[in-house]
Design a protein around this ligand. Structure first.
Ligand SMILES: [Zn+2]
Length: 217
């Protein structure tokens, strides 16, 4: 096993353990993956293994078509959705699917999250959309998720959870937590009153900054 892959497998174990610890999932739910730099391959958490007991050597390596290249465990059932992001988005180095509480509430309500706070569009790329419902693990869900994601870093999956990407695992994990924080602010704001939108010119400027940071300009 190469040093790079070993390091990335250890990172997947580290961030995987943080998923239930930070209340982003319960039990085995959710999944994480990372692109191996310079290769058209992806390391992805296996299905049916608790994060707390997952060992680096149990993490399979797949190609962008989803074929297992290394490892004896079955890749996550959401493999198709992760690979759809890597195939479409060259800026995506890591992908995390979680079942966060407030993010899932917005997915259940079918309510997109508008930019509400100055830093939001810079990190998420604009309004976070809700991908149309399809059964978990299906190619149709992967296509809907990709459509909803667009050129941003996050999307809600209707009646399911969240999907976030970043340049590496640290960033994808941060985006997942940041999205949850923004979702919580939005849901509670809606319960109390009518949230004030950010000025259009601020949103426009922040999306420009986002595109610049993501090499889209
Ligand atoms: Zn899920």
């Amino acid at each position: 096993m190469s040093d790079t892959k070993q390091k990335l497998r250890e990172e997947l174990v580290k961030y995987g353990r943080l998923m239930p610890e930070r209340n982003l999932v319960v039990g085995k739910s959710g999944n994480l993956s990372v692109r191996v730099p310079g290769e058209d391959t992806v390391l992805i958490t296996p299905s049916m293994i608790e994060y707390e007991v997952l060992k680096p050597e149990e993490i399979p390596l797949v190609n962008l078509e989803g074929e297992v290249l290394e490892g004896k465990t079955a890749p996550s059932t959401e493999k198709i959705m992760h690979l759809a992001v890597y195939n479409a988005r060259k800026d995506a180095g890591a992908v995390i699917h979680a079942h966060t509480i407030y993010g899932t509430i917005l997915g259940v309500l079918g309510k997109p999250l508008p930019p509400l706070i100055d830093e939001m569009a810079i990190r998420l790329g604009g309004q976070v959309e809700v991908a149309e419902y399809k059964l978990a693990g299906t190619p149709d869900l992967a296509q809907n998720a990709l459509k909803g994601l667009g050129d941003r870093t996050a999307v809600f999956l209707a009646n399911h959870g969240t999907l976030c990407c970043g340049k590496d695992l640290k960033e994808a994990f941060h985006i997942t937590e940041f999205l949850e924080r923004m979702s919580q602010i939005y849901v509670i704001s809606l319960m109390i009153g009518k949230p004030n939108p950010l000025p259009e010119e601020s949103i426009k400027f922040e999306i420009e900054v986002y595109k610049h940071l993501h090499g889209m300009k």
